[in-house]
Design a binder for this molecule. Sequence first.
Ligand SMILES: Nc1ncnc2c1ncn2[C@@H]1O[C@H](COP(=O)(O)OP(=O)(O)OP(=O)(O)O)[C@@H](O)[C@H]1O
Length: 242
Amino acid sequence: MLTIRGLGKDYGPFTALHTIDLEVADGQVFGLLGPNGAGKTTLLRVLATLLEPSRGQATVAGFDVLRQPEQVRRHIGVVNGGMGLYDRLTGREILRYFGGFYGLRGAALERRIRELSDLLALEEVLDRRAGEFSTGMKQKVVIARAVLHDPPLLILDEAASGLDILARRGLLEFVQRYRAPGKLVLYSTHVMEEVERVCDRVAIIDHGRLLTEGSLAEVRGPHAYLEDAFFELVKRENAGAN
Ligand SMILES: Nc1ncnc2c1ncn2[C@@H]1O[C@H](COP(=O)(O)OP(=O)(O)OP(=O)(O)O)[C@@H](O)[C@H]1O
Protein backbone atom coordinates (compact mmCIF):
# COMPACT_ATOMS: atom_id res chain seq x y z
CA MET A 1 0.00 0.00 0.00
CA LEU A 2 2.79 2.37 0.92
CA THR A 3 6.38 2.35 -0.31
CA ILE A 4 8.88 4.96 0.78
CA ARG A 5 12.41 4.92 -0.62
CA GLY A 6 15.26 7.22 0.30
CA LEU A 7 12.78 9.94 1.18
CA GLY A 8 14.15 13.17 2.62
CA LYS A 9 12.99 16.71 3.23
CA ASP A 10 14.98 19.87 3.93
CA TYR A 11 13.54 23.18 4.99
CA GLY A 12 16.31 25.45 3.76
CA PRO A 13 19.50 24.36 5.52
CA PHE A 14 17.57 22.28 8.08
CA THR A 15 17.02 18.59 7.38
CA ALA A 16 13.63 17.60 8.81
CA LEU A 17 13.70 14.12 7.30
CA HIS A 18 16.87 12.20 6.57
CA THR A 19 16.68 9.06 4.43
CA ILE A 20 13.45 7.24 5.18
CA ASP A 21 12.86 3.75 3.76
CA LEU A 22 9.65 2.02 4.70
CA GLU A 23 7.13 -0.42 3.27
CA VAL A 24 3.71 -0.71 4.85
CA ALA A 25 1.17 -3.35 3.87
CA ASP A 26 -2.59 -2.92 3.90
CA GLY A 27 -4.97 -4.57 6.37
CA GLN A 28 -3.60 -2.81 9.42
CA VAL A 29 -3.34 0.27 11.56
CA PHE A 30 0.23 1.50 11.37
CA GLY A 31 1.50 3.87 14.04
CA LEU A 32 3.98 6.64 13.45
CA LEU A 33 5.34 7.55 16.83
CA GLY A 34 7.79 10.29 17.65
CA PRO A 35 8.40 13.24 19.95
CA ASN A 36 7.57 16.83 18.97
CA GLY A 37 9.52 17.90 15.94
CA ALA A 38 10.49 14.34 14.95
CA GLY A 39 9.29 14.82 11.38
CA LYS A 40 5.97 12.93 11.48
CA THR A 41 3.87 15.73 10.01
CA THR A 42 6.50 16.42 7.36
CA LEU A 43 6.44 12.76 6.29
CA LEU A 44 2.65 12.62 6.24
CA ARG A 45 2.43 15.88 4.26
CA VAL A 46 4.76 14.43 1.63
CA LEU A 47 2.60 11.28 1.43
CA ALA A 48 -0.53 13.43 1.13
CA THR A 49 1.10 15.38 -1.76
CA LEU A 50 0.92 18.60 0.25
CA LEU A 51 4.70 18.95 0.36
CA GLU A 52 7.37 18.01 -2.17
CA PRO A 53 10.21 15.84 -0.89
CA SER A 54 13.77 17.08 -1.35
CA ARG A 55 14.90 13.61 -2.40
CA GLY A 56 13.70 10.05 -2.76
CA GLN A 57 10.29 8.76 -3.71
CA ALA A 58 7.06 7.40 -2.29
CA THR A 59 4.10 5.56 -3.72
CA VAL A 60 0.62 5.29 -2.27
CA ALA A 61 -1.63 2.49 -3.56
CA GLY A 62 0.80 2.18 -6.46
CA PHE A 63 0.78 5.88 -7.39
CA ASP A 64 3.83 8.10 -7.17
CA VAL A 65 3.35 11.15 -4.94
CA LEU A 66 5.40 13.39 -7.24
CA ARG A 67 4.35 12.14 -10.66
CA GLN A 68 0.72 11.12 -9.97
CA PRO A 69 -0.52 13.46 -7.22
CA GLU A 70 -4.13 13.49 -8.46
CA GLN A 71 -4.44 9.71 -8.27
CA VAL A 72 -2.77 9.71 -4.86
CA ARG A 73 -5.28 12.26 -3.57
CA ARG A 74 -8.18 10.14 -4.77
CA HIS A 75 -6.86 7.20 -2.76
CA ILE A 76 -6.29 8.96 0.55
CA GLY A 77 -8.24 10.66 3.30
CA VAL A 78 -6.42 13.06 5.59
CA VAL A 79 -7.22 14.33 9.08
CA ASN A 80 -4.50 16.70 10.19
CA GLY A 81 -5.85 19.07 12.78
CA GLY A 82 -7.13 21.66 10.35
CA MET A 83 -10.91 21.68 10.78
CA GLY A 84 -11.92 24.10 8.02
CA LEU A 85 -15.67 23.64 8.47
CA TYR A 86 -18.13 26.25 7.25
CA ASP A 87 -19.87 27.55 10.36
CA ARG A 88 -23.16 28.20 8.64
CA LEU A 89 -23.54 24.73 7.13
CA THR A 90 -24.97 21.72 8.95
CA GLY A 91 -23.00 18.50 9.20
CA ARG A 92 -25.16 17.00 6.47
CA GLU A 93 -24.62 19.97 4.16
CA ILE A 94 -20.87 19.80 4.69
CA LEU A 95 -20.79 16.10 3.81
CA ARG A 96 -23.01 16.65 0.76
CA TYR A 97 -20.76 19.47 -0.39
CA PHE A 98 -17.56 17.42 -0.08
CA GLY A 99 -19.23 14.31 -1.45
CA GLY A 100 -19.65 16.26 -4.68
CA PHE A 101 -15.87 16.69 -4.89
CA TYR A 102 -15.49 12.94 -4.88
CA GLY A 103 -18.14 12.45 -7.56
CA LEU A 104 -20.69 11.13 -5.05
CA ARG A 105 -24.23 12.33 -5.51
CA GLY A 106 -27.90 11.42 -5.19
CA ALA A 107 -28.87 8.16 -3.50
CA ALA A 108 -25.25 6.91 -3.31
CA LEU A 109 -24.18 10.02 -1.40
CA GLU A 110 -27.15 9.83 1.00
CA ARG A 111 -26.43 6.14 1.57
CA ARG A 112 -22.78 6.89 2.36
CA ILE A 113 -23.77 9.65 4.79
CA ARG A 114 -26.12 7.19 6.56
CA GLU A 115 -23.35 4.59 6.74
CA LEU A 116 -20.94 7.11 8.23
CA SER A 117 -23.59 8.33 10.61
CA ASP A 118 -23.88 4.78 11.98
CA LEU A 119 -20.11 4.33 12.13
CA LEU A 120 -19.27 7.67 13.72
CA ALA A 121 -22.52 8.41 15.59
CA LEU A 122 -23.20 11.54 13.59
CA GLU A 123 -26.88 11.98 14.59
CA GLU A 124 -26.04 14.93 16.83
CA VAL A 125 -24.22 16.82 14.09
CA LEU A 126 -26.04 16.12 10.84
CA ASP A 127 -28.76 18.72 11.32
CA ARG A 128 -26.89 21.27 13.41
CA ARG A 129 -24.74 24.07 12.11
CA ALA A 130 -20.97 23.66 12.46
CA GLY A 131 -20.74 27.00 14.29
CA GLU A 132 -22.48 25.27 17.24
CA PHE A 133 -20.27 22.17 17.28
CA SER A 134 -18.01 21.18 20.18
CA THR A 135 -14.43 20.12 19.33
CA GLY A 136 -15.45 16.46 19.41
CA MET A 137 -18.41 17.09 17.10
CA LYS A 138 -16.18 18.98 14.67
CA GLN A 139 -13.68 16.17 14.66
CA LYS A 140 -16.39 13.62 13.84
CA VAL A 141 -17.42 15.62 10.78
CA VAL A 142 -13.79 16.12 9.75
CA ILE A 143 -13.24 12.36 9.92
CA ALA A 144 -16.47 11.60 8.07
CA ARG A 145 -15.41 14.11 5.40
CA ALA A 146 -12.02 12.39 5.07
CA VAL A 147 -13.54 8.95 4.48
CA LEU A 148 -16.58 9.85 2.35
CA HIS A 149 -14.93 8.27 -0.69
CA ASP A 150 -13.85 5.20 1.33
CA PRO A 151 -10.13 5.78 0.69
CA PRO A 152 -7.69 2.84 0.89
CA LEU A 153 -5.26 4.99 2.90
CA LEU A 154 -6.47 7.03 5.86
CA ILE A 155 -3.90 9.40 7.32
CA LEU A 156 -4.57 10.59 10.86
CA ASP A 157 -2.11 13.16 12.20
CA GLU A 158 -2.62 13.77 15.93
CA ALA A 159 -6.31 13.25 15.27
CA ALA A 160 -7.14 12.66 18.94
CA SER A 161 -5.56 15.84 20.27
CA GLY A 162 -8.08 18.10 21.94
CA LEU A 163 -10.70 15.36 22.22
CA ASP A 164 -12.20 14.37 25.56
CA ILE A 165 -12.09 10.76 26.78
CA LEU A 166 -15.39 9.82 25.17
CA ALA A 167 -14.63 11.38 21.80
CA ARG A 168 -11.15 9.87 21.78
CA ARG A 169 -12.60 6.47 22.49
CA GLY A 170 -15.02 6.92 19.61
CA LEU A 171 -12.14 7.84 17.31
CA LEU A 172 -10.06 4.83 18.35
CA GLU A 173 -13.02 2.50 17.85
CA PHE A 174 -13.59 3.96 14.41
CA VAL A 175 -9.92 3.44 13.54
CA GLN A 176 -10.12 -0.18 14.59
CA ARG A 177 -13.21 -0.70 12.47
CA TYR A 178 -11.55 0.92 9.46
CA ARG A 179 -8.89 -1.81 9.49
CA ALA A 180 -9.67 -4.19 6.61
CA PRO A 181 -7.97 -5.93 3.72
CA GLY A 182 -7.12 -3.32 1.10
CA LYS A 183 -7.11 -0.53 3.69
CA LEU A 184 -4.36 1.08 5.70
CA VAL A 185 -4.65 3.59 8.53
CA LEU A 186 -1.51 5.63 9.21
CA TYR A 187 -1.88 6.82 12.78
CA SER A 188 0.58 9.49 13.82
CA THR A 189 0.82 10.54 17.43
CA HIS A 190 3.18 11.14 20.31
CA VAL A 191 0.79 9.38 22.71
CA MET A 192 2.03 5.84 23.36
CA GLU A 193 -1.22 4.66 24.84
CA GLU A 194 -3.08 5.37 21.59
CA VAL A 195 -0.51 3.34 19.67
CA GLU A 196 -0.75 0.45 22.14
CA ARG A 197 -4.52 0.45 21.80
CA VAL A 198 -5.03 0.59 18.07
CA CYS A 199 -1.86 -0.11 16.11
CA ASP A 200 -0.71 -3.43 14.69
CA ARG A 201 2.74 -2.19 13.80
CA VAL A 202 4.65 0.95 14.62
CA ALA A 203 7.56 3.01 13.33
CA ILE A 204 9.43 5.27 15.74
CA ILE A 205 10.92 8.41 14.31
CA ASP A 206 13.10 11.02 15.95
CA HIS A 207 15.13 13.91 14.56
CA GLY A 208 13.98 12.96 11.07
CA ARG A 209 15.30 9.41 11.28
CA LEU A 210 13.44 6.14 11.37
CA LEU A 211 14.75 4.42 14.50
CA THR A 212 12.81 1.19 14.29
CA GLU A 213 9.78 -0.47 12.72
CA GLY A 214 7.93 -3.63 13.64
CA SER A 215 4.96 -5.20 15.38
CA LEU A 216 4.16 -3.77 18.81
CA ALA A 217 5.73 -6.83 20.44
CA GLU A 218 8.90 -6.50 18.33
CA VAL A 219 9.29 -2.82 19.09
CA ARG A 220 8.59 -3.31 22.81
CA GLY A 221 11.29 -6.00 22.91
CA PRO A 222 12.14 -6.94 26.48
CA HIS A 223 10.25 -3.95 27.87
CA ALA A 224 6.82 -4.19 29.46
CA TYR A 225 5.73 -0.91 27.93
CA LEU A 226 6.24 0.69 24.56
CA GLU A 227 7.17 3.88 26.38
CA ASP A 228 10.27 2.25 27.88
CA ALA A 229 11.38 0.90 24.51
CA PHE A 230 10.75 4.33 23.01
CA PHE A 231 12.86 6.16 25.58
CA GLU A 232 15.71 3.71 25.23
CA LEU A 233 15.74 4.09 21.45
CA VAL A 234 15.57 7.86 21.56
CA LYS A 235 18.28 7.99 24.25
CA ARG A 236 20.54 5.75 22.20
CA GLU A 237 19.91 7.86 19.10
CA ASN A 238 20.71 11.09 20.96
CA ALA A 239 23.88 9.60 22.48
CA GLY A 240 24.98 8.57 18.98
CA ALA A 241 24.31 12.05 17.64
CA ASN A 242 26.44 13.72 20.32
N1 LIG B 1 7.89 25.05 7.15
C1 LIG B 1 8.93 24.74 7.92
N2 LIG B 1 10.07 25.47 7.86
C2 LIG B 1 11.14 25.16 8.62
N3 LIG B 1 11.18 24.14 9.49
C3 LIG B 1 10.08 23.39 9.60
C4 LIG B 1 8.90 23.65 8.83
N4 LIG B 1 7.97 22.71 9.16
C5 LIG B 1 8.53 21.92 10.08
N5 LIG B 1 9.79 22.31 10.36
C6 LIG B 1 10.74 21.68 11.29
O1 LIG B 1 10.89 20.33 10.88
C7 LIG B 1 10.97 19.47 12.02
C8 LIG B 1 9.91 18.39 11.90
O2 LIG B 1 8.64 19.00 12.08
P1 LIG B 1 7.29 18.16 11.99
O3 LIG B 1 6.16 19.11 12.14
O4 LIG B 1 7.33 17.30 10.79
O5 LIG B 1 7.43 17.24 13.29
P2 LIG B 1 6.34 16.38 14.07
O6 LIG B 1 7.00 15.08 14.36
O7 LIG B 1 5.08 16.35 13.33
O8 LIG B 1 6.18 17.19 15.40
P3 LIG B 1 4.88 17.50 16.31
O9 LIG B 1 4.57 16.24 17.03
O10 LIG B 1 5.41 18.56 17.22
O11 LIG B 1 3.80 17.98 15.41
C9 LIG B 1 10.83 20.37 13.25
O12 LIG B 1 12.13 20.65 13.74
C10 LIG B 1 10.18 21.62 12.71
O13 LIG B 1 10.58 22.77 13.45
